[in-house]
Design a protein around this ligand. Sequence first.
Ligand code: ADP
Length: 775
Amino acid sequence: MPKTEIDLPTRLYALAVVAGGVSSGAAVLASGSLAGTDVAAVGVLGTLCFLSTAFSPSYQGYFPSRVVFQTSSAFLFALLLLVPPAAACLVLWAYAGTDWIVHRRRFIMGGFNLGQLSLALGAATLVLRALPGEPVMWTPTRPLDLALGLLAVGVFSLVNQALTFGVLSLAGRRAVFRRNPITRSGLLTETLCITSGVAMAALWSLWPPLVVLALLPLWILPTLLALLGRREQDLEAHRDELRSLQQLGLELGGQLDEAHLHASIVRVATETFHAAGACLVLVPPEDGAPPAIAAHAGVCAHGSLVASHLLQRACEASDVTLEEPATPATRTALALPAGAGLLFVPLRMSDGRRGCLVVIRDVHRRRFDEADARRARTLAPFLETALANARLVAALRDMQAQLVHTERMSALGLLVSGVAHELNNPLTSVQGYAELWAAREDDPRRRAALELIAREAERAGTIVRHLLTFARPGSGRTDAVDVAAVVRRVVALREHDLQLKEVELELQLEEPLPAVSAETTALQQVLLNLLANAEHAVAQRPRPRRIRIGARAAGTRVVLSVADNGPGVPENIRDRIFLPFFTTKPVGQGTGLGLAISRRLVESYGGTLRLDPAVEGACFVVDLPQAATEPKRPPAAAGPAAFAPAPALGPHCLLVVDDEPAICGLVRDALEPRGWRVEQARDGLEALEKVRANHDYDVLLVDVRMPRMNGPEFYEKLQEERPELARRVIFSSGHLEADLAGLSVGPTHWLAKPYDLRTLVERVSAVAALDRRPR
Ligand code: ADP
């Protein structure tokens, strides 16, 4: 027992009790005689009294020690009743001395104990003095003596208790008779001792061995009380445990960031179970996605090993299990020492994810038991809720980021579409006039310069077309597309070039492959972009240069991959490569639109395009939904290519309707030398006036976007008034895809700006050659 400092008032009080006790004891001895002492009683009960004092263990609270200690007090009370006070005083001093020595009490405490007992005995003796002759408390034959004897025992106990309360109150600075559990149990114990002592005295006078019977209540009752007390302690421990678990639940519930939450869970589990470490493995609901693993202290195994071992357990187990000690397989998987143990907590989240928390015990901790399993069962729902909430928040954050990205992209798309449209008109004039003058130029240097202008304008036109594709990915129409056929077509286009650059191309196409829901041209463009990037990447390294194109079915999707053994995409730019205009290629070689356009296209068909980070070099993976139907055979020819080359017809008349004078001029300059008569109108209204003035045109080349009356409005009027002329309209637009998509009905002929002169002549000649009769 730790030695506490006794303050001065308590010390003075104790010393006063010691002094009073010594004088009281001396007075009792001096005034009484030992004549008539029952020597057998002193011998037997006194010895039992010393022995039970000596054997009561020194640690308190453990019920046998208390009961043994109480037994010694009961013997003492029995002796007080059976022998004269002087003899009782000697036994009492010997008893107090034994207690002092055996329990190694400090001087002041042992002295106080002796003093209080002596004082109590003095007080009891005073009561007995009322009796004639040598006082003995127990005289069953004389009722008055008996009554006085019992009164004396009561007084003894009262004085003894009062002095104890006094010193406890002084030491604890409490009111003397404050009712609390300690005083209540103290009084109960004292009453038990007195009752037992009186019973012992009575039984001794009948037949000494019967004393044993009086011990029974003394043992049975405290035993019952102790059992009840233990149960109460268990309940309190349980309540504390629940409170601490609630605390943990609140702490974990407040964590909304997934990575932090995982780290907190393993930390909290390690601390709660006083374990060596813990490991958390979560299986995502989608097939193929990697599991999330978090580990805390002591778990030093490789993540993948831990995961594969624990994942299997996560799928199998439905309740908390103990592995005590851990099996060799688990020990190997988690790199645990021999003798370590394991608490396995399966987790089932409301979002369908499964997982498990493994708490690891090292060899020094006691083995995990049912109490630990119970705690784990209580903790598990808190963990499951916290994990599900964090997932929800993460999903919300992702969605928010996606929304912001989509918003930004569509704003950019709008901007790009406007700019591209504006650029196409001047580009048409630049390209057209450059071609026109190059054809007429005799000076070779000037002709070369003009041809260069035409080529550059054409290149600019290609970039603008890309921009428009980015702004408006796909047409929204989907077909069942045969991926393998698209791959073969694209490969056929690039094969020769790849051979020249000494690039080995490997195809891994699963056959038969289900069709995907997309557009052939769009998929072709995506594949060409990815292949162009891969070619550029492998060109930067010495041989062997390899590109592998793979396609396989995965559930209801088809996965297409383009991998190369180039330098790969550096970590620091991985999150930017899909942004429009991001490029690391030199000026003139890259526009930074390839991946951005490809992703937009793939996403417009409900697919994904991502960079697979787990391989050497770079691997881009396209994932597209399977089509519900089988792929159609590609049409033999499509769109403008269906026009026949310009037939040699007589002189024709063309009305060009465009608000750009440069375009009108270009068409006129290009066609008039070929025998055409070209008239101009600045918008639909002016064109309508010309038509109403009864002009007959072979072809009407009409811009879509114009002030006052646009192309489609003009076309509608024409259909009403001159349906035979409406068939001869060619729509021309800088943003043809978008404009055509916006039309409910429209002409079947169209020309995308910028166009080259050959295409212009071919297209107008083909329309001029149409049958003139109305349908
Ligand atoms: P561009 O090809 O015009 O640069 P992209 O959008 O196609 O535009 O590509 C953007 C960037 O992504 C490239 O500049 C390059 O840094 C990187 N990238 C794309 N594909 C690969 C690849 N296969 N290997 C390495 N880096 C690549």
